[in-house]
Write a protein of this length. Structure first.
Lengths: 385, 580
């Protein structure tokens, strides 16, 4: 059996985190979402995997190479929709195949449910169905798919995972897969809905925190590197090679720490925190319920809670996040209410004594004067003084 | 990373395996070996690349065989350490890709039981373990042996008196090729293509047995079914893993290569006697020479040690009076001119230091002391990641010699700046370079060697005549060549020479030359006077220097691709120049 994973789209709703990577490469529990998808396929013995790449394709290919993942890469030069992406893989498809999104988490059990079905769609219940394609099913068959409707009674949404065969290409003439499926249904083809066991999507950047917590619960424990004897570690904790955990550091799992990190002395890391590779957390800092990417420096006396910190950010000492609820007006998305501490893009710099209050800070932004409270949305490359 | 191949069938195994290993050279090429089973085990091992030493190997007889191409990380490449490894009796041959983490403990245990070890590798322990458990059933012996292993492995085993190859994998890649009365096993599909398109991907924990009549896969003792799949991939696509060229693949590896190399050099890497030499002579060729020039600037200004940078080809015939230490830089460790220079320095009784990417290469055997880059195999003829790795080694060297802790500090996170420069949009700069017949690269100080290296990259892969100059030298001749058809790539980062560079650029602009200005993020002055401005990340001069060299590689690459050049195999050039 073959599988096509779509990983060409940027995932604009996750901005600013998608400047240097497509959504499929955003690390959750220190592992890009794409890797979970590939693992779920491999666990089901599906070995012929085609990954369609486009936006920041070199980064996706480099990741696949580094991890010796047995996949074939296909380019989609311009991002003209999911059906177009699938058509890029058409020359390599023989008969039946699974179609998956590279930027949603899926488990192996769900793949096992759908892989033997012909013309099926994997569905799940979701509390915010209007963010997705709502699936209307009757008598065990899919009747209609409504893409991101403004209102709906149904709670069943499409996970973007399908079991299809080559005849699908007759309908896949437009830009998007759901439209093609809709055309196929109207043509009288039977499409069955299959329940997903575990599927997760992060629509907005702050949703990554929830996804991170869910996936951290499944990590395997590991204690590599040098861990000071006077540090206290409780619960599910994974510490990568070459880490130095300084004296009197308190870590309460689930916590995942990547390779080559330096933490402490006297730091506190609380549950549902993932810390990427080569991260430095200086003495007397506190990190909880956060997703910290690679090469980040968190200065001493900082307090980081409910935050997504992008690659290469350097937070000076006494940086604090302040969790509160606020209403954002985001490009294309309109008004959204959300409660979190901070979402920082890549390489954000903050001056000492910065307070990040429920804010989204763009890539390469620099907060240059201390004692500032930053709120709202700060664009890429901005200088805050 | 290493590559393994196994064959059982009706053909002579050795030539099939040699050809397969050559296709796996991208996984490593510092030594290789083959064992055939005919029904005695014959072994051939050799240091160096397969391509250059394959004749003797291909002469082994037998239609069952296993082979291995190595990229040493522990234990130097030598005939002794090359795979295949044998047990005490010489009847069991093993090739292995991966790392056996508990090999030291197992070795001790087996030595107590009377086993004799011949090599320094982690792999040999597997051969002895299998011997230990061998009771006439090879599959059973391998099954028992792998329960003892911790770490990662893809193994191929063949033994005297057995018409079979036993394969096992855990966390290292291994694929079986199913032909017509012939079967293959390899690290990836490239060695199989051309013989069969039918493959079986083994899963972690699988044990497989290939004999002349078929193949079987087991989990413990239970036979399991594995689907046969059809591959239609071509060899090159697999080896590049999806990148259009090796050069681009290697450019994108640089953040990791810089980080690994920079942190791989520790105070223990450099013995005390090299710390305060009266003088240093650096000998190198090509890109390595440019790295040597960077070192000269930094070492002289930071450590106050006089440094001379010499070209290998000149040094051999026109040797300057030598004092202090002689340092040679060579990616492959086989560059003929550099080797000759090294021998000469030895003859002058100078302490010698080598910097190379290949463990156990010729320079490492001649030089008194060696520092390694951790770039991994570099396939593209144009040096990219090895240049950045050389800079990483040399920068650490300056830090160690200067004894200034703050020198290296800003470089700790240079990988992040390289990552950032890879995101840079350079389309407009490529548009300027593409139609040009001639290009000038100018810089001052540290950026002068970087300009030379940028020009070298451009000419070797795009075939555009590109020259690097110290910006002040332009006025002493080359200025006469400037016109609207000679674009200039100007490296103008903040520092002592910033303002003089700005006025140089204005002068060039006055001769109507289109200028591509490369400078610091947020530079307000440069952006106004150049035609295309490309900002470079990093707030420190040394980080900007590294980022700039990566940017110039990208500029050369994109220009060459736009011109439709054969980027990985430029005309008339070889990866390492092993003749004078």
């Amino acid at each position: 059996m073959q599988a096509v994973i779509l990983a060409a789209g940027e995932g604009t709703r996750l901005r600013p985190l998608t400047l240097s990577r497509p959504k499929a490469l955003v690390p959750v529990a220190n592992t890009p979402i794409l890797k979970y998808v590939i693992d779920a396929l491999l666990a089901n013995g599906i070995r012929e995997i085609i990954v369609v790449v486009g936006y920041r394709k070199e980064h996706v290919i480099r990741y696949l190479n580094d991890h010796d993942l047995p996949v074939r890469v296909v380019y989609q030069e311009n991002q003209l929709g999911t059906a177009h992406a699938l058509r890029c893989a058409e020359p390599y498809l023989q008969d039946r195949f699974l179609l998956l999104a590279g930027d949603n988490y899926i488990d192996a059990a769900s793949i096992a449910q759908i892989k033997n079905e012909r013309n099926a769609i994997l569905v799940t219940d979701h509390p915010r169905p209007t963010d997705f394609g709502v699936v209307i099913a009757r008598d065990g068959l899919v009747r209609e798919i409504r893409e991101k409707p403004t209102t709906t009674d149904g709670k069943i949404v499409s996970t973007g995972i399908y079991s299809l065969d080559r005849s699908f290409f007759r309908y896949a003439v437009g830009p998007e897969v759901p439209d093609a499926l809709q055309a196929m249904i109207l043509d009288g083809v039977r499409v069955t809905p299959v329940r997903a066991v575990d599927w997760l999507d992060a629509v907005n950047p702050w949703d990554l925190l929830e996804m991170n917590s869910r996936l951290l619960a499944r990590i395997e424990t590991q204690r590599a590197g040098t861990i000071s004897r006077s540090s206290k570690l409780y619960g599910l904790i994974r510490i990568g090679k070459g880490c130095e955990i300084g004296p009197n550091t308190y870590i309460h799992g689930p916590v995942m720490i990547g390779e080559g990190c330096r933490i402490g002395p006297n730091c506190v890391i609380l549950p549902n925190t993932s810390i990427g590779a080569r991260v430095t957390i200086e003495p007397l800092s506190y990190v909880a319920h956060s997703l910290v990417m690679d090469d980040v420096v968190i200065g001493s006396h900082s307090r980081v809670i409910d935050a997504v910190i992008g690659e290469g950010c350097r937070l000076a000492d006494h940086t604090a996040t302040w969790t509160s609820e606020a209403i954002f007006e985001r490009e294309k998305e309109g008004f959204q209410k959300a409660s979190f501490g901070a979402v920082l893009g890549d390489r954000v710099r903050s001056a000492p004594y910065t307070i990040l209050k429920n804010c989204i800070v763009g890539n390469n932004a620099s907060i240059q004067s201390g004692n500032t409270t930053v709120t709202g949305i700060i664009p890429d490359d901005a200088v805050v003084i | 990373m290493c590559g393994i191949v196994g064959y059982i069938g009706f053909r002579q195994a050795a030539p099939v395996i040699v050809e397969g290993l050559r296709k796996l050279e991208y996984r490593g090429y510092d030594s290789f070996g083959i064992a055939t089973n005919n029904p005695h085990i014959d072994v051939y091992k050799c240091e160096g690349k397969i391509s250059e030493n394959d004749r003797a190997a291909a002469q082994l007889h037998g239609s069952i065989g296993v082979g291995h191409t190595r990229w040493a990380t522990h234990g130097v490449p030598s005939d002794r350490n090359a795979h295949p490894h044998l047990d005490c009796t010489g009847r069991i041959a093993v090739v292995h890709n991966g790392i056996i983490e508990n090999y030291a403990a197992l070795t001790r245990e087996l030595e107590e039981r009377g086993h004799r070890f011949r090599s320094e590798t982690d792999t040999e322990v597997v051969a002895h373990l299998i011997e230990e458990y061998y009771r006439g059933d090879l599959v059973a012996a391998v099954r028992q042996a792998i329960t003892r292993l911790q770490g990662s492995y893809a193994l191929l085993v063949t033994a005297e008196g057995h018409d079979e190859i036993v394969a096992a994998r855990d966390a290292s890649p291994l694929v079986l090729g199913i032909g017509d009365q012939e079967f293959f096993a390899a690290s990836d599909v490239t060695p199989l293509l051309g013989y069969t398109e039918r493959v079986v991907y083994l899963e972690d924990g699988d044990l497989a047995s290939l004999d002349r009549d078929g193949w079987h896969v087991f989990r413990d003792t239970t036979p399991v079914r594995r689907e046969i799949e059809h591959v239609t991939w071509d060899v090159e696509t697999v080896r590049k893993g999806g990148f259009p060229h090796f050069m681009l693949k290697e450019i994108y590896e640089q953040p990791k290569v810089f980080y690994d190399t920079f942190h791989g050099i520790t105070p223990e890497s450099l013995p005390e006697r090299y710390r305060r030499p009266s003088e240093i002579t650096v000998v190198a060729c090509g890109s390595s020479y440019h790295a040597g020039l960077v070192f000269k600037y930094l070492c002289e200004s930071t450590c106050r040690i006089p440094v001379r940078a010499e070209l290998g080809s000149e040094f051999k015939y026109f040797t300057p009076p030598l004092k202090g230490i002689v340092m040679v830089i060579s990616q492959s460790g086989e560059t003929a001119d550099t080797l000759a220079a090294l021998k000469k320095a030895k003859a002058y009784n100078c302490p010698t230091l080598a910097i190379t990417n290949v463990l156990g290469s010729s320079v490492t055997r001649i030089a008194d002391h060696t520092l390694y880059m951790r770039a991994g195999p570099e396939i593209s003829v144009a040096a990219t990641k090895s240049f950045v790795a050389q800079l990483a080694v040399l920068l650490q060297l300056v830090a160690l010699m200067s004894k200034k802790d703050d020198f290296a500090e800003p470089l700790e996170r240079a990988n992040s700046a390289i990552e950032e420069v890879l995101l840079q949009d350079i389309d407009r700069a490529v548009e300027i370079c593409r139609p040009a017949q001639h290009l000038f690269y100018v810089g001052r100080g540290l950026f002068y060697p970087i300009a030379l290296e940028g020009a070298l990259k451009m000419k070797e892969i795009s075939y555009i005549h590109a020259e690097g100059y110290a910006a002040g030298e332009l006025k002493h001749g080359p200025f006469a060549l400037l016109s609207e058809e000679t674009p200039v790539v100007a490296l103008c980062s903040p520092g002592d020479t910033y303002s003089i560079m700005l006025s140089n650029i204005k002068e060039m602009k006055a001769r109507k030359a289109p200028i591509i200005g490369i400078g610091a993020h947020g530079d307000r002055e440069l952006i106004d006077i150049v035609d295309v401005f490309i900002p470079i990340p990093g707030s420190h001069e040394l980080v900007q220097m590294i980022a700039t060299s990566v940017l110039l590689q990208l500029l050369a690459y994109r220009t060459a691709v736009a011109l439709g050049r054969d980027v990985d195999q430029p005309r008339n050039l070889a990866k390492s120049v092993t003749v004078e």
